[in-house]
Design a protein around this ligand. Structure first.
Ligand SMILES: [Zn+2]
Length: 92
C-alpha cells in the first residue's frame, strides 16, 4: 500500500512538472511565432517602396509606421548630410 501511494505521489509530481514545462514551452512558442510574424512583415516591407516619399524610411522598414519627416535647420555643428528628421528622432 505504501508503494502504491509513493508511486501515485511520484506520478502527481511528474504531472505538475510536465504542466510547468509545457506552459514554459508554449510561452516560448508564442514569442517565437510573434517574432516570426514580425520578421515576415518586415521582410515584406523591405521588398516594397516607402508608401509616402515624405515619410521616414527607418520607421517604415523597422516597424511599418508611416511617420512624416521635416527638414532640420542648418547647424554648423552638424554635417549637412542629415537633412530630415522624424518625430521618433531618426535623421537621414
Ligand atoms: Zn523614423
Amino acid at each position: 500500500m505504501l508503494a502504491a501511494k509513493a508511486i501515485e505521489e511520484y506520478r502527481a509530481g511528474l504531472i505538475r512538472q510536465c504542466k510547468q514545462e509545457k506552459e514554459h514551452v508554449e510561452a516560448q512558442l508564442a514569442d517565437l511565432e510573434a517574432k516570426n510574424r514580425d520578421l515576415s512583415a518586415k521582410m515584406k516591407r523591405l521588398g516594397t517602396e516607402i508608401p509616402n516619399p515624405e515619410s521616414c524610411p527607418v520607421c517604415y522598414y523597422l516597424t511599418g509606421e508611416v511617420t512624416p519627416v521635416r527638414p532640420i535647420p542648418a547647424n554648423p555643428n552638424r554635417p549637412r548630410i542629415d537633412l530630415f528628421r522624424c518625430r521618433n528622432g531618426h535623421d537621414f
